[in-house]
Design a protein around this ligand. Structure first.
Ligand SMILES: C[S@@+](CC[C@H](N)C(=O)[O-])C[C@H]1O[C@@H](n2cnc3c(N)ncnc32)[C@H](O)[C@@H]1O
Length: 310
């Protein structure tokens, strides 16, 4: 079975969110590490926490052993570059990294191309072994979506929005997702970028229009409808609800609970984003919390509840 190593990087205040994504999207967990080896194949760009993905071809105990294997196999590549994929769990001296990748590079047949390679291979050290294989480097593609034409102070952070789609979908391409209070389409945009069947509803016509313009700006199709979520007739696998919490006008808790009940009708599962602890309210509408994470930004904390029906 194919194995992949994912080398992650995250800030301390994103750890709980990262762990939730790791569990739901990679079906994995960590023990104070920032590295996993798994058979789960995910696009390196899909998750904001992945720095490198290494498609493991050879694992061995020493660089000498790796070099011997490559030479014995007459391993050959065209137009290639070899890099060291940094493992955040492990201090590996820079000079040694260079020395090791030079030895590995010299044992590969074919022409290398440091400036414009067509394939990048690499070495990392993880789980007490050296691993060699094709390397995919994260390019921070999510940053392109930061400067969307329309945004509000309450719009979700792009990094969080992309992570929410992964947690909600669990990587299942068939998953039907709805963001019933979609605002300017932050989540819908990330969902479309990631290739999911995702739509949104927004009650405010001006905000809905701006959401549609945001999607159009990046060349995505319109999957937003200016309507009240309580009028949704379709059924979805999961609703991602960034609950209105009253930045501009007061939002009563009773209304928030009505929104949860609305989600119960239209979706099998719910991924809820709130600014307060909300477990009691979630239970009151017969959803149960199966997983929870949070993310902090200065004094602001957002809770992320993954809910299923009782
Ligand atoms: C917290 S904001 C969502 C922000 C969004 N995640 C974004 O990044 O732009 C909540 C949104 O829900 C919308 N909303 C409130 N009640 C609604 C309803 N019954 N149906 C659809 N949208 C509703 C509000 O107009 C507001 O834009």
């Amino acid at each position: 079975m194919k194995k992949y190593i994912y080398l992650f990087k995250f800030k301390d205040d994103e750890k709980a969110l990262f762990e939730l994504e790791l569990k739901e999207y990679f079906n994995s967990s960590l023990k104070d590490q920032k590295t996993i080896m798994t058979s789960v194949d995910r696009d390196v760009e899909s998750t904001i926490f992945t720095r490198y993905k290494l498609d493991v071809e050879i694992s061995c105990d020493t660089i000498k052993e790796l070099v011997d294997i490559l030479e014995e196999r007459k391993y050959s590549l065209v137009d290639y570059k070899i890099i060291w994929a940094k493992n955040e769990d492990f201090e590996y001296e820079y000079k040694q990294q260079l020395k090791d990748i030079r030895s590995v590079g010299q044992s590969i047949l074919g022409d290398f191309n440091l400036r414009t390679p067509t394939c990048i291979y690499g070495v990392t050290y993880a789980f007490n072994q050296y691993h060699f294989g094709k390397v995919y480097t994260h390019t921070n593609s999510w940053m392109k979506h930061i400067n969307k034409p329309y945004s509000y102070s309450y719009s979700l952070d792009v990094r969080l929005a992309r992570t929410l789609v992964n947690i909600a979908s669990k990587g299942d391409r068939e998953c039907r997702i709805i963001d019933p209070c979609c605002g300017v389409a932050t989540v819908v945009l990330e969902g479309q970028y990631l290739g999911y069947n995702i739509s949104g509803t927004e009650i405010n016509p001006l905000i809905a229009e701006n959401g549609i313009k945001n999607l159009g700006y990046y060349g995505y199709k319109n999957s937003i409808c200016n309507m009240d979520m309580f009028d949704i007739k379709d059924h979805y696998d999961i609703a991602i609800l960034d609950i209105p919490y009253g930045v501009c006008e007061k939002v009563e808790e009773s209304f928030q609970i009505e929104l949860l009940k609305g989600c119960y009708k239209i979706a099998d599962r719910l991924l809820l984003v709130t600014c307060f602890e909300f477990e009691k309210q979630i239970n009151s509408v017969n959803f149960k919390v199966v997983d929870v994470g949070f993310v902090k930004k200065s004094n602001f904390k957002r809770y992320i509840y993954l809910c299923e029906k009782y």
